[in-house]
Design a protein around this ligand. Sequence first.
Ligand SMILES: N[C@@H](CCC(=O)N[C@@H](CS)C(=O)NCC(=O)O)C(=O)O
Length: 208
Amino acid sequence: MRLIGILRSPYVRRTAVSLNVMGIPFELDAVPVFDKPERVTPHNPLTRVPALVLDDGEALIDSSVILDYLDEIAGPEKRLVSERGAERRHVLKLTTVALGAVDKAVWSAYEYRFRPAEIVHKPWVRHNDAQVVAGFTYLDAIAAKLGENEWMAGTQRMSQADITTAVGFTFAQIVRPNLGLAEKAPNVARFAARCEALGPFKAAAIPS
Ligand SMILES: N[C@@H](CCC(=O)N[C@@H](CS)C(=O)NCC(=O)O)C(=O)O
């Protein structure tokens, strides 16, 4: 299978890290979507990444949909969101908080990236940034209680909540450095550093 998109995208990266954790081989096709949209559109009518092109040519789009498919093919021992029950709901809730914080960091960052400086709407940036901080503060209270080998949603092994939290935090720190996230969410910072030191994360490191 071929994963289209660059690892600087948190959506692409959480997919790549998940593939690594599950031990599913893939080829990364590092297409920068804004520079080469023509490489993405044939696989996604919205021209967004990630897209995952399967060996038979079928293209899956949107990281959450791709991860759902990967959980399906990985089987019960390797899936990153439990199949049912309270554990599934808890993993999905924490994943959604982390992903929402990522979305909001993207929205703030895009405001500066795509608008001329004189029409950046600061109240909107502040609104989004507050949600980034709120999301990671919520996760911080959970990370504060974790032992060295414990996981965010209390699962026996790493779940999607861990991957999205760590990938999301690393990304948010890069694109919103002025938010002081390491000080506001020190336990998530420590947890993200722990995850980033693991092989599946290092194998999908953000190129410098
Ligand atoms: N909900 C989507 C978000 C994907 C997304 O926004 N990707 C960005 C790259 S970080 C993108 O393709 N942006 C291009 C655009 O929206 O025009 C997912 O989880 O995959």
